[in-house]
Design a protein around this ligand. Structure first.
Ligand code: DQA
Length: 146
């Protein structure tokens, strides 16, 4: 049976394609979802792909992942840098592995993006590879959940 991975996206990621294309590229979130589903099929993973601009939705979806998924890739957007609630939710669903994902290299940007509230609770972090960061996270989740 195919394993389910939740791919969760936080605030403003619904604006990809229009939003700062010099930083985030021209792909829309729907394009990234389609790429994740193709990669997931190749890896034998079922991809449940979601986006919300609301922190509480992301918290609830992490809780839901504990029952329905073997792993999570999360691009928490700006909540990465602020959210104790997401840190706690990721710890609460341990041992489900959660990988922090970013399209841009947050360490090469403004100083306020250098701090991640969620990274200490995550299995690992992938950033800076454009939309390919999502695919790398799926490959990592496939490997660590075998
Ligand atoms: C982002 C980086 C965050 O700092 C930013 O707030 C985003 C997108 C990325 O994918 O590069 O919304 O998570």
């Amino acid at each position: 049976m195919s394993k389910t991975i939740f791919v969760l996206n936080g605030p403003n990621l619904n604006m990809l394609g229009k939003r700062e294309p010099g930083i985030y590229g021209g792909k829309t979130l729907a394009d990234i979802e389609a790429d994740c589903k193709v990669a997931g099929a190749e890896l034998g993973l079922t991809i449940d792909f979601r986006q919300s601009n609301h922190e509480g939705d992301l918290v609830s979806w992490l809780h839901e992942a504990a029952d329905k998924a073997v792993g999570v890739a999360i691009n928490a957007g700006a909540y990465t840098h602020t959210s104790v609630a997401l840190h706690d939710a990721i710890r609460a669903i341990s041992p489900i592995p959660v990988i922090e994902v970013h399209i841009s290299n947050v360490h090469a940007r403004e100083e306020f993006r250098h701090k991640s509230m969620i990274a200490p609770a995550c299995k690992g972090v992938i950033c800076g590879f454009g939309p390919q960061s999502y695919i790398l996270a799926l490959q990592a989740l496939k490997t660590i959940t075998q």
